[in-house]
Design a protein around this ligand. Sequence first.
Ligand SMILES: NC(=O)c1ccc[n+]([C@@H]2O[C@H](COP(=O)([O-])OP(=O)(O)OC[C@H]3O[C@@H](n4cnc5c(N)ncnc54)[C@H](O)[C@@H]3O)[C@@H](O)[C@H]2O)c1
Length: 294
Amino acid sequence: MDKSCIIIGSEGYLGKHIVHYAPEYGYNIVGCYDISTESTSPNYANVDLTSKESVDNINIDVDYIFMFAGLTGTYAGFDSYEKYIAINETGLLNLLDSMRRKGSTAKIIFPSTRLVYKGFDKPLKETDEKDPKTIYAVNKLACEAILNTYATSFGIPYTVYRICVPYGNEISGDYSFGTIGFFLNRAKSGNPITLYGGGTLKRTFTHVADICRQILLTASLPQTDGEIYNIGGETYSLREAAEIVTRNHSTDIQATEWPDKDLLIESGDTYFDDEKIRCLIDKTVTISLKEINF
Ligand SMILES: NC(=O)c1ccc[n+]([C@@H]2O[C@H](COP(=O)([O-])OP(=O)(O)OC[C@H]3O[C@@H](n4cnc5c(N)ncnc54)[C@H](O)[C@@H]3O)[C@@H](O)[C@H]2O)c1
């Protein structure tokens, strides 16, 4: 039987991909929500998570809620902390409060981030030490804890997926997203790629189709209730990833000094041990960075 769901943040990079892939994995999309005034998503309605009244209009009479709206950023969080707290934390609380008042026990699927971890040069497990260095990372760690409190007191189930570095774009057909998009755009425009500290830091890179696959295959499994999973992928240093992506271009990759300000909030090596999610699915990587003809 179809699993009914809504997607909040349906107009964002990850939300759009969840909308795209959900039907393939047996989900019936009942509604899509975002603050954006334009959308091509099915059954779309405009919502502002920071408003209780607006959130009360969301149709939560479903099995699953993909809560993919949010505000990301590094230094910006210090300048606009009110917005970060309002959208990322109060927004989630408004949704949970609405569910509590309406007696909903839909399961919330929530994307968290590598940035909650203390960086180490070893594959990080979900239980490893945390050291959020930005307001955004603090927001995400707070959201993970908030979800746990509502599960305990009001029986609202959830699963958290921590994402490291996504890439790929199945919607608009280019790869202009995030770190990989940055490398590619520099290469295509004939500009050198500059990497702080020579790009020795390691990350786990996951194609967006594999992120959606891991989430959509496991979110409906009862054993994932109340659990946190690292999203699996391929681990490379930033320099290795830049070399792979630009191999068909004559791009100069240059090392530069870390700016003091950036070094203070840099997490260090953050790459994932994905054993926990691999216990649930056959494989985490179906698309390899090395196989893509950028
Ligand atoms: N992309 C990544 O690298 C990454 C990694 C880890 C976690 N995440 C998390 O996944 C989620 C989605 O990320 P993304 O990359 O798709 O971000 P995005 O910025 O592309 O999308 C976020 C969406 O949230 C919507 N939104 C913002 N404020 C809103 C509000 N007040 N009410 C309703 N909607 C609002 C935006 O309009 C946007 O469409 C975020 O919570 C992000 O923190 C992303």
